[in-house]
Design a protein around this ligand. Sequence first.
Ligand SMILES: Cc1cc2nc3c(=O)[nH]c(=O)nc-3n(C[C@H](O)[C@H](O)[C@H](O)COP(=O)(O)OP(=O)(O)OC[C@H]3O[C@@H](n4cnc5c(N)ncnc54)[C@H](O)[C@@H]3O)c2cc1C
Length: 481
Amino acid sequence: MTRFRPATEPGPRRIAIVGGGMAGTLTAIRLLRDTSAPLAIQLFEPRAEVGRGLAYSTPDPAHYLNGPALNFSLFPEALDDFTHWLARHGLAADAGNTFAPRRVYGDYLQDTLARALAGAAGRATLEHIRTEITDLTIGVPHRVRGADGRAWEADHIVLATGVQSARPALAQDPALEADGRYVPDPWQPEALAALAGARAVALAGTSLTMLDVVATLERLGFTGTYHAFSRRALLPWLRHGVGPCDDFLGAAGPALASPTTRGVVRRVRDQCRALSAQGLDWQSVPPALREHIGPLWAAASVPERQRFLRHARPFWDNLLHRAAPPTHAVLAAVRAQGRLQVHAARVTGVEDTGVENAGGRLALRLSRALPAVPAVDALVNCTGAEYGWHAGNARPLVRNLLARGIVRPAAAGSGLDGDARGTVFDRGGRAVPGLSALGAPLRGALWESGTIIDVRNQAAAVSARLAQELGLAARPEAQAA
Ligand SMILES: Cc1cc2nc3c(=O)[nH]c(=O)nc-3n(C[C@H](O)[C@H](O)[C@H](O)COP(=O)(O)OP(=O)(O)OC[C@H]3O[C@@H](n4cnc5c(N)ncnc54)[C@H](O)[C@@H]3O)c2cc1C
């Protein structure tokens, strides 16, 4: 094990990045490109590949990014980087307006990392260490510890641990998961392959995750019926290309100094209605909200944030997170064929009736009574990602950091307490030296903290903060993409 080196001593600064999805990989890319300092980066990621994480590991070509390529450059200062990359690789004639498969976005991340490393050859190294980090300590030196008991020292640790697959225990009977009739993780394509011949499949959740599952099953030749369930039965909107919208929230000024859920929702709804009344597209509203979300969340009282989570969240998510045209076309086709039924109830459980009937033999338990509960052959959990940083979390790192007070949960919503520069606050509310976080772990602190646009802005901010705190010399000019 190498010894801790004070910042005054020569030698590479050691950066430990926990999580090699988009957030961790982009943080490494930024450090390599933004600084001219000697660096030894260790990227801890159990997956075989870095850069993909949960979102961009999917091999399914039917899983698309939810916006056009021009939205998804890795660099806020070079917004055409992804469109140029697509064009250079011959992947799109009209690159900016292309909705790329998510797998391709993982390729873009990996290629950008390879080029950043090549540009830093001789001065910086990056090592992918395939282990789950289960604990860390802050001190002299800082240390991260792996599931296999090994430990590594670092001058700074970055938490980029992303989301987890949601796994509410919908099936108490382990046999259902074992024989493939209950699929707890919708992002495991081999589990869905077993359902291609089913007659009726229940989908717990009606958001973009549900659309991914439908897209995969259609590609696999499924011809049966989908029964999709959620409390509000809201289906994703088709994303339109739109022009700019007035900054109606900015114009509200002091009226939103102490924002309330009711006040913000009313303004958003009124703006959508006003545009529709003029024959204009309400979808220009969501992009106009983006710059206000963080400040509004920060200014809202904790009870207001909790009220938002209780009452407005499903509508908000439905407004902001819309479906790519190729994905939405699959949804439209199965609806036109009468093969999708949407039910306003949550699935709370499932069991085997042991009796075969025309619809299947699984019985669903629901949050509210419906006139008729369909019998189905299988249930797929499409409830989406889990953001939880709470003591009952399945991940040892989360449990250990909370138990020792190195981090504290955000005041409302899931995640840990921190800020947009990636600062993390400990149990006493003090900034933790040598520790940063970005992406989904900051969901409760910032609210919108998981999209590509959020993560790319945060990676730039974390890199700048590290450069300052560790005395990393800035590159005179960022390396050409
Ligand atoms: C299915 C899906 C589709 C999405 N599509 C879009 C989209 O179209 N547009 C958009 O803007 N955003 C999208 N998102 C949001 C997406 O979360 C971000 O774009 C981005 O991928 C987040 O990256 P991340 O690195 O923070 O998280 P993740 O992708 O979750 O990666 C985190 C990584 O950390 C690793 N990890 C976790 N804990 C540890 C530990 N203790 N030790 C070591 N490694 C650990 C995990 O193995 C994982 O690989 C999507 C998200 C999902 C889940």
